[in-house]
Design a protein around this ligand. Sequence first.
Ligand SMILES: [Cu+2]
Ligand SMILES: [Zn+2]
Length: 181
Amino acid sequence: MLFILLLFDFIASLTAILYPLHAKAQLYFDLSNISTIGTLYFTQINSQSPVFIHGTLKGLPPHHSYRGFHVHEQWIDRLINSCTAAGPHFNPYNHSHGAQKSPSNQRHVGDLGNILTDQNGYAVIHLTDPIIRLDDGNQSIINRTIVIHQDVDDFGLGQYPDSKTTGHVGSHVACGVIYAT
Ligand SMILES: [Cu+2]
Ligand SMILES: [Zn+2]
């Protein structure tokens, strides 16, 4: 009997997700595959916890400026690194574009707000998000692409035609695929 219980325990341990989960994305300029501008690290401690993102990026446009920061839907080929090929914002529930702090039904899953670059083009990222996931399911960002844009994300509040879909963030500056590690 004990043996059977132990056997069940063993089988359960093989199929369980082993937390914490980790992922990372190496970012490259749009249409460039030569040298990375930095790496972002993603951690999810358990099935209920938010995802923590941290990392440092360099070589971005050298202005003290906010720039849109999103998970886009598709995986892209790093040898080409076409950020545009990542498609629209990751939006499995078909919501309008919003702010990272918006309620989950008023943002895309991929809406992570803005990052701040300094006058030397550095950005230090420390962000916790309760909506994106590293485990399986509708909200998983694994094998999707993180994108940094030229301009500030207006969180859907602007008067531009693309405010409600992209936050009017302008061109794709850099991007990279998020891989489980
Ligand atoms: Cu974007
Ligand atoms: Zn969005």
